[in-house]
Write a protein that binds this ligand. Structure first.
Ligand code: MTE
Ligand code: MOS
Length: 757
C-alpha cells in the first residue's frame, strides 16, 4: 500500500493555557515537618495554584501494591528528596522561583540509612523470607571443603534519556486525560482516579512512547502524573510536570543495592554440596515493588546451578532513603551476582578454572533439574550454549595467552571470565500475566492496532505490528501502530518482566485471528472452497489459484455486514506459584545466554579497559533479530555500567551526592568494548510462545556480570591466583586499586610475620 510520508514526524503541540508545575523536595532524611508555610508561594508572579498534602481532595497514598508512597509528605519526611508540595505557574521558571519562597522547618528524627543499620535495628519494609530445601547446615558441615564470605552490590540509576514527565488535560464532564511517560498506564489511571476521587472510567492515560524507562517508570511515573492531574483538577487548566535531571535522580527510586553473606560446602571437584545465602537489600522508606523484586532475587540465586541443600534468606531493609524500585532484571541480577561470586570463590580456593567449576554445577538430568523452588528446568540450553561460546570466543587459548601476558607484565594485568545467565520469564504475581489487544480493519484494507504494551525503545510496537501483519498476510506498513491508551484496552499489566511481546503479541494475534476467520468466510464465499482453505499472504486472500486483494476483501466483508473489529486476549498458561512456601512454577520458560569478557587493569592506578567481549544469547525464534541484537548489546552495556562505573553515593545526612551525569557515570561510547562480538542463538522456544520467540528485554543485562568477574580475575593475577580478591560492585577504578592493594598486603603478611619472628 502506498502512503504519503511527511518529511518530519508531526509531534503534538502543547495545549494553549498550559501551566508548568514544579515540585519542592524535602531536605531531610527523616524529620517531622514542623512548619510548611506556602503563603509567599501563592502570591508569587505567574502562580496559578499551590498544593500541599492538606489541600488534597481525596487520597494521598499511591502505593502500587501496599500503602506507603504519598503524593506529598504529610507532616513527616522519610527520605531526602520526598515531595513536600507542588506549584503550577505560567512558566517553569516562575513555578520554580515561587516554590523556593516557601518556609519549611523540620525537627530531625533519627535516620537509618544503610543496610547494616537497618539489620542492626531490625528495620524492614516487609517480613524476611526464607527459601529452603533439604538440610543445608548439615550438608555444609559434611562437605570436604567450606568457604564463607560476603559481597556488596551497588544500586543503579535508570538514567532513561527522557526523564519523568506527565501532562494532565481536564476534559468535559470532570474527566481527565493524562499523557504520561509510564510503563504502567492502567496503574497511573487507577491511582490518578484514586487521588481525585473519580471512577477509573473518568480518567484516560495515554502513552505514545517513552524515551527509555528500564523499570524506572513502572511505578515512579505515578507521582509525577498524580501531581500534574491534581494541579489540573485544581486550576481547570492543562498542567505539565517535567522533573529536571537532578530532581529526577533525587526524587525517584533506583535499583536496590544488596549485601550478600554466604557459606558454602563443596567437594574436591568444586561441586556445591550445601549453600547458606543471606541477602539483604536496601528498599528505602516504602515497600513499592520490593516484595516481588526481592522474591525474584531469591528465585535467581541459583542461576544455572543445581543446589540440592540450600537456604536463601532475604531481608527487605527499610531505610530513610528513596524507595528503590524495578530496574531491568528486577532483583534477578543481584541474586545472580551472589551465586556467581560464590562459584568463583570455590574455583579460586581449588585453583581451578572457574569455567570448569561452573560446568560441574550446571543443572542436569534426573533430580538435578529441580530449582530450589522445585520447578523443573525443561529448556536448559546452557551446557551447549556455553560449549559453543567457549569455542567461538577461543576462551581456552586466550586464558593461556593471558597467563603468559601476566607472567611477563608486573603492573598491567589481564583477566577473563565466562558467566552464564538463566532468567525466568513471567511476572511472579500470577494475575499480571495477561494482556489485551484491539484490532480494526478499515474498508480500504488499512489496519489499526492497539494493545496494552508500551514502547520504550525496546521495539515492542514493531514486533506486535509484525505479528498482526503476518496473521493477515499483509505488509507491516499497512498496520497503524497507535499510542497505548487505557480507553482502548483496559486493565493492562505494566510493560515489564520482559514479557511485553509474549503477552501483547499473543493478544494481538488472537484479535487478528478473529478477523481473519471472518474474512476467510467471505473470501471462500467469493472464491469458492472452504473457509479453512483460504490463505492470507502477499496482501491477498487465496484459495488455490484464485485470490482477492486484501483491501477489496475488507470492503466486501463490510458490504456483507461482517464486523471488522475484534479484541484479543491472552493469559500465560502453566503458571502456579505459592508465594509463602516459595514453591511452584513461577516462570513459563527460561531465557539463557552467556558472555566472555576480557579486561586489562593497571595495578598502579586501578584504571581498566574491557578489551574484548563475546556474547551468545538465546532469543528463541526471534521476532525481529535486529531489535533483539540491540537489546542484547544495550542490555550488556547497561549491566557492565551497573557493575563498573555507575556508583551511587549518599552522604551521612542521607543526601544523594551523585545526582547528575557529572558525578554519576553511565557507560559512554568509549566504554563499549573495543572488540564486541554478539551472536544470537536461534532455537525455537520449547513453549508455544508467540512464534516460539523468547523474551529478550532484561536477560542480557546479566551478561554484564562477566566484566565484574574478569576484573576480579585480573586482580587475582596480582597474587598469581593464590588468594581470592576482595572486591565489591561497582568495581570502579578506585575499588579495583584498593582490591589490588589489599591483596598485595595479604600476600606480604606471612613474610612480615616470619621476619618479626
Ligand atoms: N530497552 C530500551 N531501549 N529501553 C528501555 O527502557 N527497558 C527494559 C527492556 N529493554 C528498556 C529496554 C526493561 S526493564 C524491560 S522489562 C523490557 O525492555 C520491557 O519491554 P518488553 O517486555 O517488551 O521486552
Ligand atoms: Mo523491567 S525492570 O521489568 O520494567
Amino acid at each position: 500500500m502506498r502512503r504519503a510520508r511527511q518529511d518530519v514526524d508531526k509531534v503534538e503541540a502543547e495545549p494553549r493555557d498550559l501551566l508548568h508545575a514544579f515540585v519542592r523536595l524535602g531536605e531531610r532524611a527523616h524529620a517531622r515537618v514542623t512548619r510548611l508555610d506556602v503563603s509567599a508561594v501563592a502570591g508569587s508572579p505567574g502562580v496559578a495554584a499551590v498544593m500541599t498534602a492538606r489541600e488534597l481532595p481525596f487520597e494521598n497514598d499511591i502505593g502500587p501494591v501496599l500503602p506507603g508512597d504519598k503524593v506529598f509528605a504529610d507532616g513527616l519526611v522519610e527520605y531526602w528528596g520526598q515531595s513536600l508540595f507542588a506549584v503550577a505557574a505560567d512558566t517553569l521558571e516562575h513555578a520554580r522561583e515561587a516554590a523556593f519562597r516557601a518556609t519549611v522547618e523540620y525537627e530531625d528524627l533519627p535516620a537509618i540509612l544503610t543496610i547494616e543499620e537497618a539489620l542492626a535495628h531490625g528495620s524492614f519494609v516487609l517480613p524476611t523470607q526464607v527459601l529452603r530445601r533439604g538440610a543445608p547446615a548439615a550438608a555444609i558441615a559434611r562437605a570436604p571443603h567450606r568457604l564463607s564470605g560476603r559481597l556488596a552490590v551497588g544500586g543503579q540509576e535508570h538514567f532513561y534519556l527522557e526523564g519523568q514527565v506527565a501532562m494532565a488535560v481536564p476534559r468535559e464532564g470532570g474527566t481527565m486525560l493524562v499523557h504520561s511517560s509510564t510503563q504502567a498506564p492502567s496503574e497511573v489511571q487507577h491511582l490518578v482516579a484514586k487521588v481525585l476521587g473519580l471512577p477509573a472510567s473518568a480518567v484516560t492515560v495515554e502513552v505514545r512512547r517513552m524515551g527509555g524507562a528500564f523499570g524506572g517508570k513502572e511505578t515512579q511515573a505515578t507521582p509525577v502524573a498524580c501531581v500534574a492531574a491534581l494541579l489540573a483538577w485544581r486550576t481547570g487548566r492543562p498542567v505539565k510536570l517535567r522533573l529536571d535531571r537532578d530532581d529526577d535522580m533525587i526524587f525517584t527510586g533506583k535499583r536496590h543495592d544488596f549485601a550478600a553473606e554466604w557459606e558454602v560446602g563443596f567437594d574436591a571437584d568444586g561441586c556445591i554440596r550445601g549453600l547458606d545465602l543471606v541477602l539483604a537489600s536496601r528498599c528505602g522508606f516504602s515497600p513499592d515493588l520490593s516484595g516481588a523484586i526481592n522474591d525474584r532475587a531469591m528465585l535467581h540465586a541459583d542461576n544455572c546451578y543445581y543446589l540440592e541443600d540450600v537456604s536463601i534468606t532475604s531481608h527487605r531493609c527499610k531505610t530513610n532513603t528513596v524507595s528503590n524500585t524495578a530496574f531491568r532484571g528486577f532483583g534477578g541480577p543481584q541474586g545472580m551476582m551472589a551465586i556467581e561470586w560464590v562459584v568463583d570463590a570455590i574455583a579460586r580456593e581449588l585453583r581451578q578454572d572457574p569455567l570448569q567449576v561452573r560446568r560441574r554445577n550446571f543443572y542436569g538430568r534426573g533430580r538435578r533439574d529441580l530449582t530450589p523452588y522445585e520447578m523443573k528446568v525443561e529448556d536448559f540450553v546452557i551446557p551447549e550454549l556455553v560449549d559453543e561460546l567457549e569455542r567461538s570466543s577461543q576462551y581456552q587459548e586466550r586464558r593461556r595467552d593471558i597467563a603468559r601476558f601476566n607472567a611477563a607484565s608486573p603492573w598491567q594485568k589481564r583477566g577473563i571470565a565466562l558467566t552464564p545467565v538463566k532468567f525466568g520469564i513471567s511476572f511472579t504475581a500470577l494475575q499480571m500475566n495477561q494482556a489485551g489487544a484491539l484490532v480494526h480493519v478499515y474498508t480500504d484494507g488499512s489496519i489499526h492496532l492497539n494493545h496494552g504494551g508500551t514502547e520504550m525503545g525496546q521495539g515492542l510496537f514493531i514486533k506486535v505490528a509484525q505479528v498482526v501483519a503476518d496473521e493477515l498476510g499483509v505488509g507491516v506498513e499497512r498496520v497503524q501502530i497507535t499510542a497505548t491508551t487505557t480507553d482502548q484496552v483496559p486493565n493492562t499489566s505494566p510493560t515489564a518482566a520482559s514479557s511485553g511481546s509474549d503477552l501483547n503479541g499473543k493478544a494481538a494475534q488472537a484479535a487478528a485471528r478473529t478477523i481473519r476467520k471472518r474474512l476467510a468466510a467471505c473470501a471462500a464465499a467469493r472464491l469458492g472452497g472452504k473457509p479453512e482453505e483460504v490463505t492470507f499472504a502477499g496482501g491477498k486472500a487465496s484459495v488455490g489459484r484464485r485470490s482477492i486483494d486484501f483491501a477489496e476483501l475488507a470492503a466486501l466483508a463490510h458490504g456483507e455486514r461482517v464486523s471488522l473489529s475484534a479484541t484479543g486476549y491472552y493469559r500465560t498458561p502453566r503458571l502456579h506459584f505459592d508465594r509463602k512456601r516459595h514453591r511452584g512454577r513461577p516462570f513459563y520458560y527460561f531465557a539463557c545466554g552467556a558472555a566472555v569478557s576480557e579486561v586489562q587493569i593497571d595495578t598502579l592506578t586501578g584504571e581498566y579497559k574491557v578489551r574484548r567481549v563475546d556474547l551468545l544469547h538465546d532469543c528463541g525464534s526471534s521476532l525481529n533479530p535486529a531489535i533483539d541484537l540491540g537489546q542484547v548489546e544495550g542490555g550488556f552495556v547497561q549491566g557492565m555500567g551497573w557493575l563498573t562505573s555507575e556508583e551511587l553515593w549518599w552522604d551521612d545526612a542521607g543526601r544523594l551526592g551523585t545526582h547528575a551525569p557529572s558525578t554519576y557515570k553511565i557507560p559512554a561510547c568509549g566504554d563499549v568494548p573495543e572488540d564486541f562480538r554478539v551472536t544470537l542463538l536461534h532455537a525455537p522456544n520449547r513453549q508455544p510462545s508467540i512464534h516460539r520467540s523468547k523474551a529478550v528485554g532484561e536477560p542480557p543485562l546479566m551478561l554484564g556480570i562477566s566484566v565484574f568477574h574478569a576484573l576480579a580475575d585480573a586482580v587475582a593475577a596480582v597474587g598469581d591466583h593464590r588468594l581470592s580478591p576482595r572486591l565489591d560492585a561497582p568495581a570502579t577504578p578506585e575499588r579495583v586499586l584498593l582490591a589490588v592493594e589489599e591483596l598485595r598486603a595479604r600476600l606480604a603478611e606471612p613474610v612480615l610475620r616470619e621476619v618479626a619472628e
